[in-house]
Design a protein around this ligand. Structure first.
Ligand code: 4BW
Length: 153
């Protein structure tokens, strides 16, 4: 083989092709107390998850680290903060998002700095996430399938 077939080219992949759809993504809601969010994070095993509003619109992300930070008092852990503060008060909102039509390389660029990208529609509704794992899996497959082409270069 001395050329790369169109169906093997990463360029033709879209975020939709490689995303985990919303129903399979663990998430928390804006008004959830931090203790609920921590429970979801610990039970799911993820270090950070998306935050949605009651209509399933994407609002930000929240991670274990920032929740635990809220318990740090001067002399002790202030665990009571976990029931009085909400997700909305500490979530990260400065998060890049993409549409389902975004191409592979737009996803790759963002995933250099973030472990997942949230995919939203034109009205801000949450469609799913693209993870670093999904991007690396596609790249691994691409280099494997086209290894003969790369040997010739
Ligand atoms: O529960 C897990 N199952 C599997 N199969 N892999 C897991 C699990 N938890 C972590 N991992 C692995 C993945 O390779 O560790 C990596 C880092 O996890 P993270 O960031 O720090 O919790 C995972 O890499 P990834 O699949 O590229 O996912 C990147 C990030 O995307 C995760 C997490 O913050 C988010 N994420 C992934 N799948 C998710 C999710 N968030 C909510 N729901 C999901 N289904």
């Amino acid at each position: 083989m001395d050329f790369i077939k169109q169906e093997d080219a990463l360029y033709y992949l879209t975020a939709e092709d490689i995303m985990i759809s919303s129903e399979k993504v663990a998430h928390v809601q804006l008004n959830n107390p931090l203790e609920h969010a921590l429970l979801i994070l610990l039970k799911s095993g993820y270090s950070a998850v998306p935050v949605l509003d009651s209509k399933y619109r994407f609002k930000g992300t929240i991670g274990k680290g920032s929740i635990l930070n809220e318990t740090l008092g001067l002399e002790r852990f202030e665990m009571e903060n976990l029931s009085t503060k909400t997700v909305e008060s500490i979530m990260d909102t400065d998060i890049p998002c993409l549409k389902k039509s975004a191409n592979f390389f737009e996803c790759l660029k963002i995933l250099i700095d973030y472990s997942f990208i949230c995919i939203i529609d034109e009205n801000g509704f949450f469609d799913g996430i693209v993870t670093r794992r999904a991007i690396l899996k596609q790249m691994n497959q691409y280099f494997h399938v086209n290894k003969d082409v790369f040997k010739l270069l």
